[in-house]
Design a protein around this ligand. Structure first.
Ligand code: HEC
Length: 282
């Protein structure tokens, strides 16, 4: 397997398959997108190479900008086919993890990608460079995931990571094993809460230091339920901006039963602390 990956990388040299160069600190034109397969890098495309493979102009409502936006973009499916084509995988059966350079981490099924056909925007056609995005007015480049369908505006179902830096094919359970409430009964509230966490929270929050880095860690060294009252956690999740202006979006659609499950999950993880920093003695 390893051999196949290496020769595939060699075959992609024309696409900018340079293993040494990282994304950090590179100028936009040299920005790269890295592709991983179960922990190993299998390719890297430079922005210039992506752009040369045929961009399209897309226009539509953007829920972050809250109005119509125009971008130049390539089909994500096409990019994935080129990146992973040599591995002989059925993309619709894979689980993907999209990682942004700001720590945003989005698990997404291959099925959702194949059916929803998101695009990888690489240029904002309405601004010099990129128009700043989100509450922190971040630069969304070099790669911003967008969806074009009128019914694809919901950010939970159709997430739009910006500053996309890496795409990995790997099962969630393999990449974030310490986030699972192992040992809890399969039908329990803890597992239902885990499903919500996996779907909507891991993008920004780590548990046992596995997951996104946009929001605070929720389990170590202290579990969130050890220093925040439960009612406050519930209210915060529903509407964080009623407490403070920050970067957590509101989750008004979560029902009280959903929040019971989320709390059950968080409390289950209190008994499953596994802090890599502790193990290092620090
Ligand atoms: C887009 C990123 C993002 C997502 C998605 C997100 N959060 Fe947050 N969360 C944050 C950030 C950032 C903070 C830090 C405070 C702030 O900016 O509001 C935070 C804070 C928190 C806090 C701490 C509040 C306190 O009392 O200090 C809790 C609990 C929490 N989030 C739970 C969740 C849960 C549960 C979900 C999923 C249903 C979730 N978050 C989804 C970004 C996110």
């Amino acid at each position: 397997m390893k051999r196949a990956l290496v020769s595939m990388c060699v075959a992609m040299i024309a696409w900018g398959c340079e293993r040494e160069a990282g994304y950090d600190g590179l100028g936009e034109a040299e920005a790269e997108l890295a592709f991983m397969y179960e922990g190993e890098e299998v390719g890297r495309f430079a922005l210039a190479a992506l752009a040369s493979s045929g961009g399209v102009d897309v226009e539509g409502y953007d829920p972050y900008y809250e109005r119509d936006k125009r971008f130049r973009a390539v089909e994500l499916v096409g990019v994935l086919e080129r990146a992973y084509g040599g591995l002989g995988l059925k993309l619709s059966e894979q689980e993907f993890i999209l990682r942004a350079s700001d720590g945003y981490t989005v698990p997404m099924s291959g099925e959702r990608i194949i059916e929803g056909r998101p695009l990888l925007a690489y240029a904002d056609l309405e601004a010099e460079g990129w128009e700043p995005i989100g509450p922190q007015k971040a630069n969304p480049g070099p790669f911003y995931v967008v969806w074009r369908g009128a019914e694809q505006k919901d950010l939970e179902q159709y997430p739009r990571p910006w500053q996309l830096a890496q795409i990995e094919i790997a099962p969630f359970e393999q990449v974030f094993p310490k986030t699972l409430p192992e040992g809890a009964p399969r039908e329990s509230a803890a597992w239902r809460g885990f499903a919500i966490y996996k779907d909507q929270c891991v993008r920004c929050h780590a548990v046992n230091q596995q997951g996104g880095r946009v929001g605070p860690e929720l389990n170590v060294p202290r579990n969130i339920t050890e220093y925040r009252p439960e009612d406050q956690i519930r209210a915060y999740i529903k509407n964080p901006r009623a407490f403070r202006y920050g970067n957590m979006p509101p989750f008004p659609h979560l029902t009280d039963a959903d929040l019971d499950d989320v709390l059950a999950y968080l409390k289950a993880m209190k008994a499953r602390k596994d802090d890599p920093a502790e193990a290092d003695g620090g």
